[in-house]
Write a protein that binds this ligand. Structure first.
Ligand code: SF4
Length: 447
């Protein structure tokens, strides 16, 4: 077998795509290796969401060029968002790249690699292709938790975002193909699935017959072996009461929602073309909390969007305090080529972005600590996913609200179990607890 080495940057969608590529290339006699130096084919799966992520890729491609100079038969490919966004520029800037292909062409990866070998010249494939549900996975991968792509692309056109360019228009996979994938994963021991899409709350609205995410989750609920269902990422603009009721009513759907706010200022939200106001966002949170009082919330926030004033930024700080997120991901605005915001006037200096970034993180950490304290002494269900990172004699798992919990199992629980844990300590980034019941006793507590 020839050897394939995969280097993945970016989001869960990229992790998922890389795994599928490895699965597809298995049929072309490639097996995975962790070693760059023994690989016959190296594929770099890229992220274009920020300039910094792109620079990392170009620096990696520079290193691979040196490797290829020593081993000219090595094939180097670039896939994913940068490939779609920059196309020919990658081969101009990074000599030695043999293959560039965008996300829509993933299903054809085997054929593209064969073309490079046959033609002995660089291949570029960045056009739109028919939507194909790829479920192939490399040998020996069975996961307790898996991502499942339910749709591709986005048509929302937020002014800072490259996704509509890199991932194309919004297209949902059929419920049957998704359910078949989930059944296959369950048969291999998967207990938790995260349904993935750039605007996952829009799932099914482009299908005939029309369907939606709530209907899909009801069908995933019925799959034996799957104990938890999550979904990400949602745009508040399309988040419906029906979806809120699905979180409340479908037992396996976890009480955790990632709902990107991006900015707390209506002026900035409008310039971002997000389609909602801070008032609408707060109404949504109130509706969610009323239906699902235990719901944990996380969000994405951008600091230093063009024209963001101190007042705009303070409106974001205010929203973080009002909402009380369990987790916040803060990004400094980075202009992306081809997006409307990149050419907007009043770009914010780097030092202002850095300062706002730290101020926001401080407020978010305080709010999150407050949310964590509510878990003290509570008994929560934990899906055990492996040994604890800091102490391998302990086990680690996650609550339904996505918090990491470490606990001493003393041989009474194992990976894959759902156990009831009483929280004894609330730490800044994790929780500590003690077994409150054994796995077989917790089946009825798994909600
Ligand atoms: S909804 Fe999300 S993926 Fe779509 S354009 Fe906006 S930020 Fe990008």
């Amino acid at each position: 077998m020839a050897k394939l080495h995969l280097i993945t940057y970016g989001c869960q969608m990229n992790e998922y795509d890389s795994e599928r590529v490895a699965g597809l290339l298995k049929a072309h006699a490639y097996e995975l290796t962790d070693s760059e130096t023994e690989a016959d084919l190296i594929l770099v799966n890229t992220c274009a969401i920020r300039e910094k992520a792109e620079e990392k890729v170009f620096s990696k491609l520079g290193q691979l060029r040196a490797l290829k100079a020593r081993r000219p038969e090595l094939i180097v490919g670039v896939m994913g968002c940068m490939a779609q966004l920059h196309q020919g520029e990658i081969q101009r800037r990074a000599a030695g790249v043999d293959l560039v292909f965008g996300s829509p062409a993933i299903a054809k990866v085997g054929e593209l690699v064969e073309r490079v070998k046959r033609e002995g010249r660089p291949v570029l494939e960045t056009g739109e292709a028919p939507l194909v549900k790829i479920t192939a996975t490399p040998a020996g991968t069975s996961h307790l938790k898996s991502y499942v792509t339910v749709m591709e692309g986005c048509e929302k056109r937020c002014t800072f975002c490259v996704v509509p360019v890199t991932r194309g228009r919004q297209r949902s996979h059929s419920p049957e193909s998704i359910l078949a994938e989930v059944r296959g994963l369950a048969a291999e021991g998967c207990r938790e699935v995260t349904l993935l899409g750039q605007t996952v709350e829009m799932y099914g609205r482009d299908l005939a017959p029309l369907t939606d995410l709530a209907a899909l989750m009801e069908r995933v609920e019925a799959i034996e072996g799957i104990e938890r269902i999550r979904f990400t990422t949602s745009n508040p603009f399309n988040f419906t009461s029906r979806l809120i009721h699905a979180i409340r009513d479908i037992p396996k759907v976890c009480e955790y929602v990632h709902l990107p706010l991006q900015s707390g200022s209506n002026r900035v939200l409008e310039r971002m073309n997000r389609g909602y106001t801070r008032q609408r966002y707060l109404e949504l949170i109130a509706e969610l909390r009323e239906a699902v009082p235990e719901v944990a919330l996380s969000t994405d926030l951008i600091v230093g969007f063009p024209g963001e004033t101190e007042d705009d930024f303070e409106a974001t700080l205010d929203m973080v305090e009002r909402v009380g997120y369990d987790n916040v991901f803060v990004f400094r605005y980075s202009p992306r080529p081809g997006t409307p915001a990149a050419t907007m006037p009043e770009q914010i200096p780097l030092e202002v972005k850095a300062q706002r970034n730290s101020r926001l993180l401080e407020v978010a950490a305080r709010a999150a600590a407050e949310r964590s304290r509510r878990l003290q002494d509570r008994v929560v269900d934990v899906l055990v996913d492996g040994p604890s990172r800091k102490n391998t004699r302990e086990l680690q798992g996650r609550t339904r609200c996505n918090r990491v919990v470490n606990f001493e199992a003393d041989g009474r629980a194992a990976v894959g179990d759902i156990v009831a844990i009483q929280i004894t300590d609330v730490l800044p980034h994790s929780l500590r607890g003690a077994l409150a019941s054994l796995p077989e006793e917790t089946v009825c507590l798994s909600r």
